[in-house]
Design a protein around this ligand. Structure first.
Ligand code: PLP
Length: 421
């Protein structure tokens, strides 16, 4: 335990770690654990999709020719595929373009310009606030920051967001209009919301009539070591008499191609009608040829699950390399805690307070790129300067083992320097 060491011991340790760091720097490493993107070998799993549709008949959807305008809410085959996957009706699904983040941005943008279901556009209000479970996904926070929303940190625990705080904020303040959620294998903690948390979400009685839960189910099918189960928020909200309170989002970015997949928004029929009214002006139709390719290639939920097992077979050794490296280097030191997710794309590490930025800096100088410290919090401000997101998907297991050793060395050096200061 570093915090049990006296000054002389810490100084001796500091000298050893500094030597190790110097030696690591001389290796001229070029490592990267910053990017939550699939490795090319994962992309190869969807090679069967290139060249599709294959023949003229494949362009003909039950809703018409996918090469032509029309079917604004998506081709029936793709709507059904996602309806089956998320256990809702096709009328609850709009299949969009290549990015779910784009659909989320559009949802906030619509709320600002037109208002949700006849409510006052957010642009006409003095203040709009969003609840942001932390640590969370930087691109969510970037969307709300872009629109000038005031973001309020909500701590995450092992069951999901602190629901007492969510309830207190949403039910007392009309300016609170929404909450960002990644309910399965959260980015970055890998937390799956418990049944209790999902039910508490459905039972919310927000002050704002146009409060929406932004339920970004990006990692719904992304099991690696086990299959976490997540309650269906759409049916839970329906059962609680609040069918309109949620917008659910997902995409195939980490199923087929990142940036070249298809996205979905899932919501009550009333919400879907409200959204359709706006997208009518926004586009004549999304890329339905790509939707058809995906519907033909992915086929059904069972097939998607089989497909995801191939991803898991590549990702499991990578996540294991990171977790074993953290165990080996940090055990018993009392300077770090980390998550052990069953799936998703990330591992979240909490270091000694006040050392995350310095650790990232030391890593960078020695050739290891990490997601910036603070990125997992609104405005890029981690009040404890402690959280770091590890993205193990892109590098090889061997590169990851080397990267984790270096990361831990830098974190130890930063922790000792903090104690000595
Ligand atoms: C939680 C979460 N949502 C959305 C996305 C982006 O999805 P898309 O490529 O469909 O925009 C990511 C990508 O990392 C993510 O982690």
């Amino acid at each position: 335990m570093y915090n049990k060491m006296n000054r002389t011991e810490l100084e001796a340790l500091h000298a050893i770690l500094t030597e190790e760091y110097k030696a690591a720097k001389e290796k001229d490493l070029k490592l990267d654990m910053s990017r939550g993107k699939p490795n090319p070998r994962q992309l190869d799993f969807s090679d069967g999709m290139s060249g599709m549709p294959w023949g003229k008949e494949d362009y003909i959807s039950s809703g018409g020719d996918v090469r032509n305008y029309g079917m604004l809410s998506g081709i029936p085959e793709a709507r059904k595929l996602f309806a089956d996957l998320f256990e809702v009706s096709p009328q609850n699904v709009i299949v969009g373009g290549n990015s779910s983040l784009n659909l989320m941005f559009d949802a906030v943008s619509r709320a600002y310009t037109k208002g949700i279901m006849g409510n006052t556009p957010w642009s006409k209000l003095d203040k709009v606030k969003f609840l942001c479970p932390v640590p969370g996904y930087d691109r969510h926070f970037a969307v709300t920051e872009y629109f000038g929303v005031e973001m309020i940190n909500i701590p995450m625990n092992e069951e999901g967001p602190d629901m007492a705080l969510v309830r207190e904020r949403a039910e007392s303040d009309e300016a609170v209009k929404g909450i960002w959620c990644v309910p399965k294998y959260s980015n970055p903690g890998g937390v799956t919301y418990s049944d209790r948390v999902v039910k508490e979400f459905a039972a919310l009685s927000p002050r704002a009539a146009d409060f929406r839960i932004f339920w970004d189910n990006a990692y719904y099918a992304h099991d690696i070591f086990a299959e976490d189960s997540l309650l269906n928020i759409i049916t839970e909200c329906e059962a609680a008499g609040k069918p309109d309170m949620v917008y659910e989002f997902a995409s195939t970015a980490k199923i087929t191609y990142a940036g070249g997949g298809v996205s979905v928004i899932i919501a009550s029929e009333a919400n879907i009608k409200d959204i359709e009214k706006s997208i009518f002006y926004q586009t004549i139709s999304y890329d339905k040829v790509n939707q058809m390719r995906h519907a033909r290639f992915l086929k059904n939920p069972e097939n998607i699950r089989e497909h995801m097992k191939r991803h898991a077979s590549l990702l499991a050794p990578k996540f294991r390399a990171v977790l074993e490296g953290l165990d080996k280097n940090f055990a018993g030191l009392g300077i770090a805690g980390w998550t052990k997710p069953n799936g998703g794309y990330f591992i979240s590490v909490d270091l000694t307070e006040g050392t995350a930025k310095e650790t990232v800096r030391l890593c960078k100088e020695a050739g290891l790129a990490l997601t910036g410290a603070g990125a997992t919090f609104p405005y890029g401000r981690d009040p404890k300067d402690s959280n770091i997101r590890i993205a193990p998907t892109y590098p090889s297991p061997e590169e990851l083992a080397a990267a984790i050793d270096l990361f831990c060395l830098c974190a130890k050096l930063a922790a000792v320097e903090k104690l000595l200061a």
